[in-house]
Design a protein around this ligand. Structure first.
Ligand SMILES: [Fe+2]
Length: 244
């Protein structure tokens, strides 16, 4: 039953994208921004909408976002490419990263929904360009453009979260590394597969998940009292696609 609903959604999404006649970066990002609005109406607690029309709207937007990048290598229904403890992140390097996060916190600026962002220092910059990490990413998605960007993310207060969204074009492929998670664990990274229930990705500090972040909906659910999460987001772009 679900597979026939899923396939009719996929067909509808394909027809709607065809009608948009996307043949330039301008058209591509106009469509992406429109679809992001449908995703922004999702509940923030990692669940699907209970209201049937809201769910149907979300599923259609999800399918269209997915199909916008449908030609990309390795794009599975939950967008996850790899998860694990990267060998290049030695204990010494991880400790240096934790220290850099701690000192960078004073410079972090409030972004939205209780989330603070800072640029990294030399440890973050070295990770962003680490040949083994770049190799890991390109092994999964093919050659990359020279564009890459790092963001240090601090969730430091009860209720801080990031609602269901897709990433900006700087983070098409997101290597998301959990740096620290303190307090009782209530908050989690969540990915929303095209069908079925959202999946929690409960990383341990030092663990990294690599995923297609600009076309697969994901979120961080709200923190509980006394909870604190620090994460490093490293963004890459496959070559040969529309980018801005
Ligand atoms: Fe994101």
């Amino acid at each position: 039953m679900e597979s026939s609903v899923e396939s009719s959604q996929a067909q509808l999404a394909a027809r709607m994208l065809e009608a948009l006649e996307i043949d330039s970066a301008e058209d591509f990002f106009a469509a992406k921004e429109l679809l992001e609005l449908a995703v922004a109406a999702m509940p923030i607690d990692g669940r699907l909408p209970t209201d049937a029309p809201a769910l149907a709207g979300f599923r259609l937007a999800q399918a269209m976002l997915f199909q916008l990048r449908g030609a990309r290598p390795g794009l599975g229904d939950d967008g996850v490419l790899w998860r694990g403890r990267p060998s290049f992140l030695t204990p010494e390097r991880f400790a240096a990263l934790e220290r850099e996060f701690a000192t960078g916190q004073a410079r972090a600026v409030h972004d939205r929904w209780g989330q603070h962002l800072a640029k990294g220092g030399p440890v973050v910059e070295a990770l962003l360009h680490d040949p083994e990490l770049v190799e890991l990413v390109s092994t999964h998605v093919g050659p990359l453009s020279p564009q890459r960007q790092a963001s240090c993310i601090y969730y430091d207060s009860e209720g801080a979260h990031i609602r269901p969204h897709i990433d900006t074009d700087r983070f098409c492929i997101n290597a998301n590394l959990l740096v620290s998670h303190e307090g009782e664990r209530r908050s989690s990274l969540v990915v929303y597969p095209l069908a079925g229930e959202p999946r929690l990705i409960a990383l341990e500090p030092g663990e990294l998940v690599l995923f297609h972040a600009d076309c697969v909906v994901h979120a961080r659910t709200p923190l509980g009292p006394e909870e604190r999460v620090w994460a490093l987001s490293l963004g890459y772009q496959p070559e040969g696609e529309f980018h801005r």
